[in-house]
Design a binder for this molecule. Sequence first.
Ligand SMILES: Nc1nc2c(ncn2[C@@H]2O[C@H](COP(=O)(O)OP(=O)(O)OP(=O)(O)O)[C@@H](O)[C@H]2O)c(=O)[nH]1
Ligand SMILES: [Mg+2]
Length: 201
Amino acid sequence: MNRQKAALKTVAGSIKQFPEESLPEIAFIGKSNVGKSSLINSLLDRRSLARTSSAPGKTRTINWYEIDETLYFVDLPGYGYAKVSKAEQQRWGQVIERYLQQRTSLKKVLLLVDIRHAPTADDQMMMEWLRYYQVPTVIVATKSDKIKRSQLEKQKKMLREALGLQDPADLLAYSSETKMGAEALWERILEGAESDGSTAF
Ligand SMILES: Nc1nc2c(ncn2[C@@H]2O[C@H](COP(=O)(O)OP(=O)(O)OP(=O)(O)O)[C@@H](O)[C@H]2O)c(=O)[nH]1
Ligand SMILES: [Mg+2]
């Protein structure tokens, strides 16, 4: 698979606009501004394929990026952004939930959290939801370049405990700036994409 060959294929603002299921999908979820779009760019060695912003609430649609006719990366809008109205947050909650529930082609969820902070109540809820429905999930602890190397293990342990992870391999420290963790994460992505199991229920 040529990771260089990636393009935005579909943009959906509502459930009606979801594309047909054709390729395995890897979904990127997490709170607003945690670095979902940046992670997609860095994994694909692209500067601005997915649009990023220092202001939260940048991604407002579900975006499917097709990689070499083999795989989709699915960039979801962030949750927990206070400036978005309650009504819109609720509507998006439903769209995201529907996406996670109904896609048979969804192979793995990457749940992003900021390595510097304890998970939010929304992160906890999302983790519980994914666990309950047995969706294969990898936690990506982003912005690892922002802490000292000596703090890495401590922060990873804190996050693993807070999210109730049994297997330490299910959490990877990552940096979109330095690409720390990129190869390990690609391995998990490809293993997910090649699995037969679907996550739909
Ligand atoms: N230092 C550092 N900054 C990062 C990293 N990842 C993302 N950022 C910065 O964090 C900000 C938010 O990144 P985005 O990728 O737009 O975040 P998002 O999760 O897609 O946000 P929404 O679309 O609003 O949900 C940007 O200013 C990025 O440059 C990282 O690994 N290290
Ligand atoms: Mg985004």
